[in-house]
Design a protein around this ligand. Structure first.
Ligand code: LER
Ligand code: MN
Length: 270
């Protein structure tokens, strides 16, 4: 397993980001702390100087395991389950741009909050079908660039569908794309799963990326989750990908990143 932490390439209102200001400086700090990679949270790749981003990561010897895409939902309302066809189409176009951006790093593209919520008076079956159609369009496009997408179950307070790992697996089966995996986020799992460990084991063939945050979304080690057991379970299923800290910048960015690095080293993530 390898370790990373999420850095936003621009300021944003999404709170669970250790770093969201001064991109270059944040990348340097993450490299100095010994992380193997930096997951990038990107609102719109078209707003970025892509060559500069590539160079900064290269100079600091950091991989990019995944690209987070939720800001397009949080800040622009783009989503795969919106009743408005134009909104869904724009969401798909945005993810295609994210796939092109991800292809510079061989990163996975996260489908988390961008799936949206099933809004009032919309039939659930219909909204799921729209979401599946969008996911099929994106996975087809991603195949041309050898890029994987990773579907993230999130807790009930952030979306009203795909909340558990098992619901994620069932959804992935319905999409039927070989390049769609599952993202297991310990913060959401703590709210939704009966057993974090059993659900990891049951979803073992699908998990392609992992987000780490403690029960309070602080750095791992700052809440009441049993990360020793979580890591043991990930090792048991033979997970060899990244664990990426998606955490609140508390008490401040530098301290939460340091706490994360210390905990992940103690847990022998390598
Ligand atoms: C949102 O809470 C989250 O965990 C993100 O990774 C989803 O895009
Ligand atoms: Mn997450």
């Amino acid at each position: 397993m390898k370790k990373s932490i999420v850095i936003s390439t621009q300021p944003t209102k999404f709170s669970a980001l250790a770093f969201k200001e001064d991109f270059e400086n944040s990348v340097k700090k993450v490299a100095d702390l010994g992380f193997d990679g930096a997951e990038l949270a990107v609102r719109n790749p078209k707003d970025l100087k892509v060559d500069d981003v590539i160079n900064i990561l290269k100079e600091n010897n950091l991989e990019v395991p995944a690209i987070g895409t939720g800001q397009a939902y949080g800040e622009e309302g783009l989503s795969f389950s919106d009743p408005d066809e134009m909104v869904r189409k724009t969401a798909v176009e945005r993810i295609k741009d994210q796939i092109l951006f991800a292809s510079h790093f061989d990163a996975q593209v996260i489908i988390g909050l961008i799936r949206g919520i099933i809004v009032e008076n919309v039939n659930k079956t219909k909204a799921e079908k729209w979401t599946i159609d969008c996911l099929r369009k994106c996975t087809e496009f991603a195949k041309k660039y050898n890029i994987r997408l990773t579907l993230e179950p999130v807790n009930r307070y952030e979306s009203n569908f795909i909340n558990t790992l098992n619901e994620g697996v069932e959804f992935i089966k319905r999409v039927g794309a070989s390049n769609l995996g599952l993202l297991a986020d310990t913060f959401h799992m703590n709210i939704e799963e009966v057993s974090i460990y059993d659900s990891i084991i049951q979803a073992k063939d699908y998990i392609s990326h992992v987000h780490f945050a403690d029960s309070n979304r602080w750095a791992p080690g700052c809440g009441h989750l049993d990360f020793v057991k979580i890591v043991q379970t990930l090792k048991k299923i033979g997970y060899q990908g990244y664990v990426s800290a998606e955490i609140l910048p508390l008490p401040d960015s530098d301290s939460c990143a340091l706490l994360t690095a210390e905990t992940l080293n103690r847990l022998d993530i390598r």
